[in-house]
Design a protein around this ligand. Structure first.
Ligand code: IPE
Ligand code: IPE
Ligand code: MG
Ligand code: MG
Ligand code: MG
Length: 304
């Protein structure tokens, strides 16, 4: 199987997990259940759950070939994508980036109204944790599942993704330019945190060592920063058709981005440098990392 086929197979496995774990759409609260499915099943690259699955495989080695064992990470695959999708649904709200297109569709609040957009995001966030904890049904090692859940909670929260979004939003109103330290905080938190969590949870669930989990955190940090810089570049250079979300969103919102501060050329170079550093750390892990290395390399030149 070549890497491209493996990527497609991973996406199919992730989407099957999502379909399995998403709630049934009935009951008086049906509208929010539909809005959850609308936003989650709209496509998207599925990067975070893919890194989670592949990190698990990297460290579980031969055991990963036992499909039964992979069942224990499937709740986390679905949970990670639900949580990421909640962050997008809220990021697009009028009070935040105010964008009307996402994953090639009208955004959730545009279709279901703002109140339901907020609630669908809340629902996905909560359901992500309900789903993650189901991993305990498939793994007899409760301490391991709890460790993975703690990483998930920390990286999603005020010291992770939410913290980054706070400073990102506040920076729109700042008279002065963000310092390098502040800019790094925003990228590390709003984007790297969930990518770090993905690699770390896969590693923890595979029984990796503390050192290996720490290396995953560092690699995730590098991938995430490169990923966000590339996202900022595409916001200026792509089209809505290709990207599936509006271009020019950052300028519209007076965002301070890596590109607005460091310029396009430097930004492009740094995406490459950060990605190459991530690849070189992966090579030092003594694990079968070829596919993840390929994936990181693909992200450097991604067009969406
Ligand atoms: C968008 O994430 C938000 C950022 C952190 C830049 P993705 O680019 O992974 O979005 P999807 O999941 O593919 O839609
Ligand atoms: C948001 O960054 C990252 C999140 C935590 C959602 P952006 O605001 O640049 O993401 P896009 O471009 O809307 O996907
Ligand atoms: Mg934003
Ligand atoms: Mg946005
Ligand atoms: Mg963006």
């Amino acid at each position: 199987m070549n890497f491209k086929e493996r990527q497609e197979q991973d996406i199919a496995q992730i989407e099957a997990a999502l379909n399995r774990f998403l709630p049934e759409k009935n009951g008086f609260q049906k509208t929010v259940l539909e809005a959850m499915e609308y936003s989650v099943m709209a496509g998207g690259k599925r990067l975070r759950p893919m890194l989670l699955l592949e990190s698990y495989r990297m460290f579980a080695g031969k055991a990963a070939e036992d499909a039964e064992r992979e069942k224990a990470v499937e709740p986390f695959l679905a949970a990670m994508e639900m949580l990421h999708t909640y962050s997008l649904v809220h990021d697009d709200l009028p009070a935040m980036d105010d964008d009307d297109t996402r994953r090639g569709r009208r955004t959730t609040h545009v279709v279901y109204g703002e109140a339901m957009g907020i609630l669908a995001g809340d629902a996905l966030l909560n359901f992500a944790f309900e789903t993650a904890m189901k991993a305990a049904d498939f793994d007899s090692d409760a301490a391991r599942v709890l460790h993975a859940c703690r990483i998930f909670a920390d990286k999603a929260g005020i010291y992770g993704m939410i913290g980054g979004q706070v400073v990102d939003v506040e920076a729109e109103k700042k008279e002065r330019q963000l310092t390098d330290e502040e800019l790094h905080f925003v990228y590390e938190c709003k984007t790297s945190a969930l990518i770090e969590a993905s690699l770390m949870i896969g590693a923890v669930m595979a029984g990796a060592s503390q050192e290996q989990v720490a290396a995953c955190e560092k690699i995730g940090s590098l991938i995430g920063i490169a990923f966000q810089i590339q996202d900022d570049i595409l916001d200026l250079t792509s089209t809505t058709e290709v990207l599936g979300k509006p271009v020019g969103s950052d300028e519209k919102n007076h965002k301070q981005t890596y590109v607005s501060i460091h310029g396009m050329e430097q930004s492009g170079q740094d995406v490459r440098i950060l990605s190459e550093e991530a690849i070189s750390l992966l090579r030092g892990l003594d694990a079968e990392s070829e596919f993840v290395e390929w994936l990181i390399d693909q992200l450097i030149t991604r067009e969406k």
